[in-house]
Design a protein around this ligand. Structure first.
Ligand SMILES: O=c1ccn([C@@H]2O[C@H](COP(=O)(O)O)[C@@H](O)[C@H]2O)c(=O)[nH]1
Ligand code: ZN
Ligand code: ZN
Length: 587
């Protein structure tokens, strides 16, 4: 376990273990480039991160070491800074490009819509040049329609200080929910490609570096590990993953590790490797290099501590200018406009579901009955269904702003419905979608295998519940972070290297399971008893699964039986209206 050193404010922080080569890693930032305004533990912004990476590089280079900066996708959707502009992302591309990123790849969120993948092709790929890798991702050229790699498939380079020869790849997991202007080649097919085989057969490589929007415990990373190990039995391999929004570290073998660095600008992952061969020095193959990882809480106390600098010596002019740019963008977008004030915290995973502190119970009991109303169907009973994966963050006691609406519900999916569904069948849908009870009997095989898959592997569920998941929070927003010797609640990660990965020592936080889908039954006033038929209303993102579940109930509905419910509205706009109507007087 690493030594503990006092932070500038006396809180216990673990020190970093530096190596010949060092990495800083972000993933799943989802537009949170302004940092967390309501959570001191994660309050550094992208400009502060630019200062941090600059100071860390200076420190590495002063010691003759290298430092590389990595981002593994899902940079968009999830925060007003990206979602509130029209077009979306008007400010974020320029902000993100200010960071010197050595290797960058695409996440699934960049691919849900044509316009966001075209933004990658037209803006981010040129911004990052040969640092942007797309090993298994093609795009239809926006003008010619020709299918081409979104970016280079791989990159071989030698580090400046140590002369480490690196072969790098940039993958996305076997995602299938993309718009049809992009093509993802499954990893198991990509590893058979000639270009990939030639790259991994290269003997003049000291380190294979696989970055990916891929969970570190996924079959895809395992396939890549096995493919490389098959032909390079001994060369060290470092993976950087993402997508499941957790802190995690997997050991494949003594010379191969994978780091995943959380979500939403809460975590800056640090990885070091020491004892590698280089272009000029061969290390005995029997000696395994030393790998070390740390999950850095994204705040200035951590940044000052790890750079051994202070408020005067730490910031760079470039970093400060980017922070200014972020503040100006937030102002243009009026993200601090307050719609109302929450009287209590509402949690996604920190509170049991159902309970009074659960955001999902609040949605079911308070919000959906008020907002799921279509003027043409208002006298009809309806079941309103929302996928919990579409809700992205907690609500904190206090101001609920324009930013909060996007933070909780960033997606533009509207509602659709199937009208007049027999109630006895419609009332079973939720159980099927959440895979409880004895619903598998007599099920058609393909539907059965989907139903049998663990809930987190079904493609509309986003949450992964493993031992090492802890959900951060702001237990007490007023309390200055780390200003007292006692610990604050936060990440307490257990991974393949043990329990000493988090830079900041915290007390643990509970995490509860939630279902895939929540539902409200909304009946018109004066109706007594259950209706004979009911409208089934759902967020259109889950339509494929709702139609499958209908099939299981012997209801042969197709897309033609569905229609828009509440034209022009989505959960974000409706939530903002609900808060204005119900919480305005709480402030
Ligand atoms: O329009 C959308 C898009 C996505 N979702 C939910 O998000 C997850 C994927 O998010 P990651 O950040 O890649 O984990 C997906 O499984 C859905 O639950 C959505 O609800 N609507
Ligand atoms: Zn993500
Ligand atoms: Zn993702």
């Amino acid at each position: 376990s690493q030594p503990l050193a006092p932070s500038p404010v006396e809180a216990p922080l673990r020190d970093l273990t530096w190596g010949q080569i060092n990495f800083l890693h972000t993933t799943d930032t989802h537009g949170w480039h302004a940092g967390h305004l309501q959570e001191p533990s994660y309050s550094a912004d992208w400009g502060d991160y630019i200062s941090f990476s600059t100071r860390m590089r200076e420190k590495a280079e002063a010691n003759g070491q290298d430092l590389l900066v990595i981002d593994t996708g899902d940079r968009i959707e999830g925060n007003g800074l990206y979602d509130a502009s029209d077009p979306k992302g008007e400010y974020t591309f320029d902000i993100i490009k200010q960071q010197h990123i050595d290797l960058i790849c695409t996440g699934n969120h960049e691919l849900y819509k044509r316009n966001s993948s075209e933004n990658e092709f037209n803006i981010n790929v040129p911004n990052f040049g040969s640092s942007y890798l797309a090993s298994n991702l093609d795009i239809m050229h926006p003008e010619t329609g020709e299918q081409i790699p979104l970016a280079p498939r791989f990159k071989k380079f030698t580090t400046r200080k140590q002369g480490i020869r690196i072969m790098a790849f940039g993958f996305i997991y076997d995602f299938t929910g993309n718009e049809n202007n992009t093509v993802i080649q499954p990893v198991e097919d990509t590893v058979k490609e000639t270009w990939f085989q030639e790259a991994i057969w290269d003997r003049e490589v000291d380190l294979f570096l696989v970055i990916g929007h891929v969970p570190v415990r996924s079959p895809e990373f395992l396939e890549l590990y096995q493919a490389i190990r098959k032909v390079q039995w001994d060369t060290p391999i470092q993976f950087f993953g993402g997508h499941t929004h957790i802190r995690d570290y997997k050991k494949y073998d003594a010379k191969s590790f994978a780091l995943e660095s959380g979500r939403f600008m809460e975590t800056i992952g640090f990885q070091s490797i020491d004892g590698l061969s280089t272009s000029t020095k061969t290390v005995q193959t029997s000696a395994a290099p030393k790998f070390s990882r740390t999950y850095i809480d994204n705040n200035m106390f951590s940044f000052h501590h790890h750079t051994q600098l202070n408020a005067t010596t730490f910031p760079t002019e470039h970093g400060q200018n980017v922070s200014k740019e972020i503040r100006a963008a937030r102002e243009h977008l009026q993200l601090d406009t307050t719609y109302g004030c929450a009287e209590q915290n509402l949690w996604m995973f920190r509170a049991e579901y159902p309970s009074n502190s659960s955001i999902f119970t609040w949605l079911e009991q308070r919000v959906l009955p008020d907002i799921v109303v279509d003027k043409n169907r208002m006298n009809k009973s309806r079941l309103a269904m929302v996928n919990t994966g579409g809700i992205r963050f907690d609500i904190f006691k206090g101001p609920f702003t324009r930013d909060s609406a996007y933070i909780v519900s960033p997606f533009t999916s509207g509602f659709r419905y199937v009208k007049d569904v027999p109630y006895d069948k419609a009332s079973k849908l939720l159980t099927i979608l959440n895979n409880n009870g004895q619903v598998l009997q007599n099920m058609e095989p393909s539907l059965q295998s989907w139903m049998l898959a663990p809930i987190e592997q079904r493609s509309f569920s986003t949450h992964v519940f493993t031992q090492n998941v802890t959900v951060p929070h702001n237990e007490d927003l007023q309390r200055p972070l780390l200003s007292e010797p006692d610990l604050t609640p936060g990440y307490t990660t257990k991974d393949d290297a043990g329990s000493d990965g988090d830079d900041t020592l915290h007390t643990p936080i509970a995490s509860y399971r939630v279902p895939n889908v929540i539902q409200s039954q909304i009946d018109p006033p004066l109706q007594s008893g259950d209706p004979e038929t009911i409208d089934v209303v759902y967020i259109d993102f889950i339509q494929p699964w709702v139609l499958l579940a209908f099939q299981f109930l012997d209801l042969d509905y197709s897309i033609d039986d569905t229609a828009i419910y509440m034209e022009g509205e989505n959960l974000t706009t409706l939530l903002a209206k609900w808060v204005t109507a119900n919480w305005k007087d709480n402030c």
